[in-house]
Write a new protein. Structure first.
Length: 146
């Protein structure tokens, strides 16, 4: 079941997951570099008709890839357990589901922003972001208190 946030709750969760998101973005970038290195090795082998592969080197690179992927997966799961949604690790984009005027929309935050200042319709994504104004604040709700 989806969790719905009001702005105050989303800001509190953001404070908890912001550093993890930064780590995840860094790991994703490192993982991309390692994958590119493995692709380059595979292309060199293919272009040379099956040249000798330095198995130890490739083994070390694959081990690094696997370790990075494992750490990234653990961080992503940790962030998702809070109920927010990672939309783009490259730019550090998070969405927090909320209910606005009776339908689901997202509070939206991007790495580098001071706090959650925008929202968007589910289908609009980042390009459809609108500033959070008084009208939005008065008409959005999170989950009822337990």
């Amino acid at each position: 079941m989806a969790r719905y946030f009001n702005l105050r709750e989303a800001e509190a969760v953001l404070a908890e997951v912001k550093d993890e998101l930064r780590q995840a973005a860094t790991l994703a970038s490192e993982l991309g570099a390692v994958a590119a290195e493995l692709d380059e090795i595979a292309q060199r082998v293919a272009m040379s008709g099956g040249a000798v592969v330095h198995r130890e080197q490739v083994g070390r690179i694959k081990s690094r890839r696997d370790a990075l992927a494992g750490r990234l997966q653990a961080i992503v799961l940790s962030i998702q357990e809070h109920g927010c949604r990672i939309k783009d690790l490259n730019v550090g984009l998070l969405d927090f589901p909320t209910i606005y005027r009776g339908h689901e929309v997202y509070l939206c935050w991007k790495l580098g922003e001071d706090g959650i200042q925008f929202w968007h319709e589910v289908d609009d994504g980042f390009r459809g972001r609108k500033p959070i104004d008084r009208e939005f604040l008065e008409n959005h709700v999170g989950d009822p208190p337990n």
